[in-house]
Design a protein around this ligand. Structure first.
Ligand code: ZN
Length: 252
């Protein structure tokens, strides 16, 4: 007897976060002369309310990029114990130090997926590339930057809501005093987190609308990352599935 075999092709979808016109534009709208002023207020001093934590998590992890439609949880699997990060073009000693700081901050909040740097591109789960958009596009055919006037774009690749790869494009034109904030913002996208309009979060699409210094995660962002990485929050979950878990963190 012949056994019929069925081959199912799993299609991968690419999500482009924040590559629309004006998104990721962190140049202050009202700036007069040269570079924008470096924000100085530590974001960690700003306390969000429980409702803000709940609402922001729903906006960041359970809505599409525009905030117009409900989405299911998309995340790296808890069994993915190491996320290997490779910096391709445009790396500097200063930026690598900033990356190490962002990864260390994430690793204290995320119990399961620890970010580590790699120098082997073939094993990279996340690739960072800080080159002109045209140069990036000629190398990364599947991760095309469509708007080169933004500060960064993060592409996330997933299958069945489990993230399997991310490519972060950073603009080489970003002023040096804002590079750390953009890097932190884009790497947070790579976790499966979208945008919010809440200025207590680094995930605002236009960073000039805040005065906070985003060289660390705000309390709001810390809660968001903790909730998403909690083992009870599973890829494919809806808000109804996990509202109790979100409330638990919101009450902390
Ligand atoms: Zn963004």
């Amino acid at each position: 007897m012949k056994i019929a075999l069925t081959v199912t092709a799993i299609s991968l979808v690419f999500l482009t976060i924040a590559c629309q016109t004006s998104e990721e534009n962190i140049t202050p709208a009202t700036n007069t002369t040269t570079n924008p002023t470096t924000p100085t207020t530590p974001s960690t001093t700003v306390n969000p309310s429980s409702q803000e934590i709940y609402d922001t998590f729903v906006r960041l992890a359970l809505k599409n990029s525009a905030g117009t439609a409900a989405m299911t949880i998309r995340k790296w699997l808890p069994t993915k114990t190491q996320i290997k990060v490779y910096w391709d073009g445009g790396r500097t000693t200063t930026l690598l130090s900033a990356l190490d700081k962002v990864m260390a901050d994430m690793n204290t909040l995320n119990k399961y997926n620890k970010m580590v740097r790699t120098e082997v591109v073939a094993e990279a789960d996340i690739i960072i590339n800080r080159v002109e958009a045209a140069t990036h596009n000629s190398k990364y055919a599947s991760f095309q930057v469509s708007n080169s006037s933004v500060q960064g774009t993060t592409f996330t690749q997933w299958s069945s809501d489990a993230i399997t790869k991310a490519v972060v494009w950073l603009s080489p034109s970003t002023p040096s005093n804002l590079q750390n904030g953009v890097l932190r913002h884009e790497l947070t996208h790579a976790l499966g987190i979208g945008h919010t309009e809440n200025t207590k979060s680094i995930m605002i699409p236009v960073m000039s609308s805040t005065t906070y210094d985003f060289n660390s995660f705000s309390i709001l962002d810390q809660r968001i990352i903790q909730i998403l990485s909690d083992n009870r929050v599973k890829q494919g979950n809806t808000e109804a599935n996990i509202s109790a878990v979100i409330k638990e963190y919101a009450a902390k």
